[in-house]
Design a protein around this ligand. Structure first.
Ligand code: SF4
Ligand code: SF4
Length: 276
């Protein structure tokens, strides 16, 4: 039986037995090369679940939808490794009870999908630790290297050009599982913290504030990058941030449900003495 068929059968069993009230997975998209989220609350609906290498979106953000977990029932979710890491962060930030989440994990490997053993986030602890010890080199690293060789004026000009395309649609925020605030700073207009006009200052304000907000929390799932309608390479910012937090603070986002948030903790031996 294919992995897709196994996962579909498992989802149907979980729903028929009442072990979960909902399965969040992937269904066919509007074109053959696209997948979209599928929410199955009955075995019949689970028939539409698909699982292949095109299933790339991190579905964790749907788990923090208002009221979804308030009845304390369990929800199953198809997750890649980045998704499992984001469950750890959401649990560490008290946004969900990890025992309510049944993980149906999978990872891409050599052009195919491989199942990940386990169902509770704790079952994947060793796997995530191994990931943190062997961070993969991504294509973005080469571009980042080129950017870092530029002088400050050239780099500013690169990002000024990229951010000048930003239309402040906030799709990057909506798609990010870590952006769960009910009211975002950009939605406030008294005071108006972030300029809404698409000029250089406003564009930098939004994108830099967002980057800092995600420091030590971004799991590099790429949801924001894929959601951006004007193709701003947000992945470069995310990747640079992940490398920085690992190298400077030995912090790999989403390591465990007890991991201290990077920006809300400090170490006494921190070299930044200005804090003390
Ligand atoms: S910032 Fe982008 S890559 Fe990072 S967790 Fe959010 S959606 Fe994923
Ligand atoms: S998705 Fe792209 S265009 Fe929209 S606010 Fe984010 S960076 Fe700007």
């Amino acid at each position: 039986m294919s992995i897709e068929a196994q996962y579909r059968e498992r989802a149907k069993e979980l729903l028929s037995s009442g072990e979960v009230k909902l399965v969040v997975g992937y269904g066919s998209g509007t074109t053959q090369d696209r997948r979209r989220p599928l929410f199955a609350s009955s075995p019949e609906q689970a028939d539409g679940l698909v699982l292949d290498t095109l299933c790339i979106a991190n579905l964790t953000g749907y788990l923090v939808a208002e009221g979804l977990l308030s009845d304390e029932k369990r929800v199953a979710v198809f997750l890649r490794p980045e998704g499992i890491r984001s469950i750890n962060i959401l649990a560490a930030e008290n946004q969900l009870n990890p025992d309510q989440i049944l993980i149906m994990g999978f990872e891409p490997q050599q052009g195919e999908i491989r199942p990940l053993e386990g169902s509770n986030v704790a079952d994947f602890s060793e796997y995530i630790i191994t990931l943190s010890e062997n961070p993969s080199v991504s294509e973005s690293d080469t571009v980042i290297e080129k950017l870092e060789k530029m002088n400050a004026v050239e780099r500013f000009s690169f990002w000024q050009d990229e951010f000048s395309k930003c239309i402040k649609c906030y799709a990057c925020r909506q798609a990010c599982p870590m952006c769960y605030c009910r009211r975002c700073i950009v939605d406030c207009n008294q005071p108006q913290w972030i300029n809404t006009s698409p000029h250089t200052l406003g564009n930098f304000e939004w994108n830099i504030i967002r980057a800092f907000h995600l420091a030590g929390r971004c799991v590099e799932c790429g949801n924001c990058d894929r959601a951006c309608p004007v193709n701003i390479p947000l992945r470069l910012i995310n990747r640079r941030m992940a490398v920085e937090t690992l190298e400077s603070f030995d912090h790999f986002a989403g390591l465990s449900i007890t991991q201290e948030p990077l920006l809300a903790s400090f170490k006494k031996d921190d070299t930044e003495t200005f804090i003390l």
